[in-house]
Design a protein around this ligand. Structure first.
Ligand code: NCD
Length: 469
């Protein structure tokens, strides 16, 4: 099997079988790290880090050096032509001619997808804003597998900034796919974004029990548990009597506690940060004495700030330095596979297909402009050539998901591009929640953010819109 010329932008780009392939090759690499120097000889990796990084950048570069390849790098947007207003697409085309593989970290959500769309060589997302960080997830899963042999059936608590943490988003998707149960324990106001929850529950078919759904007595005890994602294999038993089941679920404790720092650089104001910092949970020896965490591995993508006490470093259950160290063999394996210098055969080839859903696409550039100011498709330099594109992930209610940042929104007004043989008097727009929304075929759908937008485009309010005014 070859994975040559593929890109890794989100966890959706690798099947579970392929992840296992990366791990078995990482094991091989780990056994003889200093004997791999002919694997990528003559290959060049471009290392583009436009946000701070220590572990991810240096472990990618160390990995490429260990494989005998070379590295070219840019670590500051200000020192590249992006600062002169060059687009990511142009930069990608150029660097794709200089290097055989590109690793990119960028503050805009969806930036790695744009680079992958234009580079003509494999691209690895090393973190795109708050969106995803799939290679961190690979080494997190690799660590879980090494320590606990399997991921299926594990219970993992995700702790801290679940809203902005890209490592959390990638990890949650992967854990769900591998059949783990996830406990969400966010800092106040830092709950997992709704679009991530939706993807978890619709695409990986588990169920989400929200903390708010539970009765008062349980609430007291559960604080600060926000929700539990229950993997499909156990969901039947647990959904019957949720409160009781969840009490049982909690008694048995979690297998790992994955701690994250408050992502201060993603907050909109400093004041917001001040309040959150004060309330941010701290994990220390005393905290881990709690029944639920007795056997738990303590994981963290690092860097840590105040949320993880140094007194835990000597505990054999503390995994964070091991996780970081394992970044090198895992990234060596990934580079060799995507560069096509290693091919691996695996049993159960049928498990290798990437589990992607075929959603209809929405490709008009109106009605959807302001879905996320941090999305790459909203940036001045990129708007010149990126046509917004959305997956229609649900019809009732109508929900569109951006193909770049994966944020979702519910349009307020809709129309059909197939308006009765083009007769002007039937060019009507409707409320998205009216019965018309169901009737319009996905390929004919047009959405509007407001009534005035619809009217500017020559559509008149339908009877129902007028009645609701
Ligand atoms: C993480 C990141 O950059 O998202 N760090 C890393 O790559 N190990 C986590 C973080 O910065 O908090």
């Amino acid at each position: 099997m070859t994975m040559a010329n593929r890109s890794l932008v989100t966890m959706d780009d690798l099947s579970n079988g392929e992840i296992e392939v990366v791990f078995s090759l990482a094991n091989e690499m780990l056994e003889s790290m200093d004997k791999q120097s002919s694997v990528c000889q003559g290959k060049i990796m471009a290392s583009l880090f436009f946000e701070p990084s220590t572990r991810t950048r240096l472990s990618f570069e160390a990995a490429m050096h260990r494989l005998g390849g070379s590295v070219i790098s840019a670590v500051d947007i200000g020192a590249t032509s992006l600062a002169k207003g060059e687009s990511l697409a142009d930069m990608a085309r150029i660097i794709g001619d200089y290097a055989d593989i590109i690793v990119i970290r960028h503050p805009w959500e969806g930036a790695a997808k744009v680079v992958a769309d234009y580079a003509g060589v494999s691209v690895i997302n090393a973190g795109d804003g708050s969106h995803e960080h799939p290679t961190q997830t690979l080494l997190d899963l690799y660590t879980l597998k090494k320590e606990r042999q399997t991921i299926e059936g594990l219970k993992i608590a995700l702790w801290g900034d679940l809203k902005h943490g890209r490592t959390i988003h990638s990890l949650a998707y992967a854990l769900a796919r591998f059949g783990a149960t996830i406990h969400f324990r966010p800092g106040p106001g830092l709950e997992l974004p709704e679009h991530v929850i939706r993807k978890l529950t619709t695409e990986f078919e588990g169920i989400l029990e929200r903390y708010n759904d539970l009765n008062g007595t349980v609430k007291e005890k559960l604080f600060p548990l926000d929700a539990i994602y229950i993997t499909p294999s156990t969901s039947h038993q647990l959904t019957n009597i949720p409160d009781v089941s969840i009490q049982i679920e909690l008694k048995t404790g979690v297998d790992a506690l994955y701690v994250t720092r408050l992502q201060t650089e993603r907050l909109s104001t400093e004041a917001e940060g001040e309040g959150l910092k004060e309330d941010y949970p701290v994990v220390d020896k005393k905290f881990l004495k709690g029944k639920e965490f007795k056997e738990a591995l303590v994981m963290h993508p690092l860097p840590r700030v105040d949320e993880l006490a140094y007194e835990l470093d000597a505990d054999p259950k503390s995994m964070y330095f091991k996780q970081a160290a394992r970044g090198v063999p895992v990234r060596m394996a990934l580079l060799a596979l995507l560069l096509g210098t290693k091919e691996v055969s695996v049993p159960g080839e049928e498990d290798l297909s990437v589990p992607k859903r075929d959603y209809p696409l929405y490709r008009h550039d109106f009605g959807v402009i302001d879905h996320n100011p941090k999305c790459v498709s909203q940036q001045g330099t990129e708007k010149r050539y990126i046509k917004p594109e959305f997956k229609i992930v649900n019809r009732e209610p109508l929900i569109l998901r951006c193909v770049y940042c994966e944020h979702e929104f519910e349009p307020k007004y809709i129309a059909s591009s197939d308006w009765h043989e083009g007769r002007l008097d039937s060019k009507k727009y409707h409320s998205a929640d009216s019965h018309w929304a169901r009737k319009i075929k996905s390929e004919n759908l047009i959405v509007f953010g407001s009534e005035s937008e619809a009217e500017t485009r020559g559509f008149k309010p339908s009877h129902y819109v007028r009645k609701r005014r």
